[in-house]
Ligand binder design. Structure first.
Ligand code: NYM
Ligand code: MG
Length: 212
């Protein structure tokens, strides 16, 4: 029998929903339970492409909108060989944002249709589970001010949320919405239990390709 593979689990949601906190907690929790698990955060600002993206986000650099969209996608593709290797070694990969953030943020700019936004990411490893951390704009605002990066305004985040809702209508993907207004620990327990169930279900199934 072929070796069991790890699961690819994506965390999505608007800014301040708690994706990074929950991503870290999930990997810690899975490791403590004896699973092999790694975390990847997108954008990964440490690569050369990621540094360009970061200088765009902090407004040090202006980049044309199509260009920056393609850079975000390239920043995912550069991780694909290692992601596949790890998944096939039985390591579960938790991604803090993935192609869905890529599509939702560019689509929120207004002049890019969902179909165009999706194309560069077609064929990426398909997540076995996409956890959508749901938080109302009011609750997000109560968590403190946005930072000073591009996209960090409540009017833009509202458009991002609408784009996420369009993407969630795709029933070929395993979206699960969780209530991100819960305490960190309660949300962690819920997420870990959904993740472990998915890991069990997919371990003998082939890894699929996104939007193909
Ligand atoms: N973002 C993130 C995009 O616009 N496209 C993408 O493909 C990804 C992965 O980058 N506001 C945006 C969403 C965020 C910003 O992400 C930086 P983070 O998680 O705050 O570092
Ligand atoms: Mg941010």
């Amino acid at each position: 029998m072929a070796a069991r593979r790890g699961a690819l689990i994506a965390l999505e949601g608007v800014d301040r929903a708690g994706k990074s906190t929950q991503g870290r907690r999930l990997v810690q929790g899975l490791r403590a339970a004896g699973h092999k698990a790694d975390l990847i955060r997108f954008p990964d600002r440490t690569t050369e492409i990621g540094q360009l993206i970061s200088s765009y986000l902090v407004r040090e650099k202006d980049l044309e909108d199509h260009t920056v969209h393609l850079l975000f996608s390239a920043n995912r593709w550069e991780h694909v060989p290692l992601m596949k290797e790890k998944l096939h070694q039985g390591i579960t990969i938790v991604v803090d944002r993935y192609a869905f953030s890529g599509v939702a943020f560019t689509n929120a700019k207004g002049n890019f249709c969902l179909d165009w936004c999706k194309q560069p990411d077609v064929g990426l490893p398909k997540p076995d589970l996409i956890l959508f951390l749901q938080l109302s704009p009011e609750e997000a605002a109560e968590r403190g001010n946005y930072g000073h990066e591009r996209y960090e305004s409540s009017s833009f985040q509202e458009k991002v949320l609408q784009s996420f809702y369009c993407l969630m209508e795709d029933k070929t993907l395993n979206w699960k919405t969780v209530d991100a207004s819960q305490s960190i620990e309660d949300l962690h327990r819920e997420i870990k239990s959904i993740a472990e169930k998915t890991m069990e279900e997919v371990q003998n199934k082939p890894l699929e390709e996104l939007w193909k």
